[in-house]
Design a protein around this ligand. Structure first.
Ligand SMILES: [Cu+2]
Length: 230
């Protein structure tokens, strides 16, 4: 886990498959991948990696780029115009319906908390193999609202396996204003399988349990938190 994070600067793992190929998106030299990270390096250009995941979060007080700061990233110069008959795949234009919720939709609450010396927990529990608590059992076919409240000083990228969800609410009235810059970059519309929950925030997700009858995993996708916060 630590090596994977370190060697890849905790960045993206690039996966190409037939499904992506079918979309006929720009590929190879026409595809620009851009990863923005706030990382600290030593004088000899070595990544400062702290396995508790705090190294890149500006928590150590030595971050070069305070949360919310603005900077020039790059300049793109278009020097040539090219006629092309290529069109975007029609699949990209398909609008999926949003998951319908009502006042009667069940709300399931999850609190992200810190456990002294042992990392983080969801509803006071840490990952324990295939063990499922009674309040984690859902019925196939049901639509539910999952409410994640972040009671820790770190953002958690909260991920639910086996389905995609809609973000239907974000209450940040008790979240520190210093997270405002990051918040401005969040896109809550559309379909997600991961949602960033900022410190002090409560985020509501609508999801339907369909297509799969068995064990679902839900956890924080920050790699260093995965072993405990699942
Ligand atoms: Cu986390």
């Amino acid at each position: 886990m630590g090596f994977q994070s370190y060697a890849g600067l905790a960045g993206l793992l690039i996966v190409e498959d037939d499904e992506e190929a079918d979309l006929r998106l720009p590929a190879s030299e026409n595809e620009l991948l851009l990863i923005l990270q706030d990382r600290t390096f030593t004088a000899s250009n070595q990544l400062v990696y702290l396995s508790d995941g705090m190294g890149g979060m500006g928590m150590m007080g030595n971050s070069r780029l305070p949360v919310g700061s603005q900077f020039n990233l790059m300049t793109l110069k278009v020097t040539e115009s090219v006629d092309t008959a290529e069109t975007l795949s029609a699949q990209l234009a398909v609008k999926r319906k949003r998951i319908p919720v009502t006042n009667a939709t069940r709300i399931r609450k999850f609190e992200l908390s810190h456990v002294m010396m042992r990392g983080f927990a969801i509803n006071g529990r840490q990952f324990n193999g295939a063990t499922v608590a009674d309040d984690e059992k859902v019925r196939l076919g049901d639509t539910e609202i999952w409410e994640f409240r972040n009671n820790t000083p770190m953002p958690h990228s909260t991920h639910v396996h086996g389905l995609q969800f809609n973000v239907i609410g974000r209450d940040n009235s008790s979240s520190d204003r210093s997270w405002g810059g990051l918040r401005q970059g969040l896109v809550d519309t559309g379909w997600h399988d991961t949602v960033l929950v900022l410190p002090g925030e409560t985020v509501r997700l609508a999801m339907t349990f369909e297509h799969f009858d068995g064990l679902y995993i839900y956890h924080c996708h920050n790699m260093e938190h995965e072993n405990s916060l699942s």
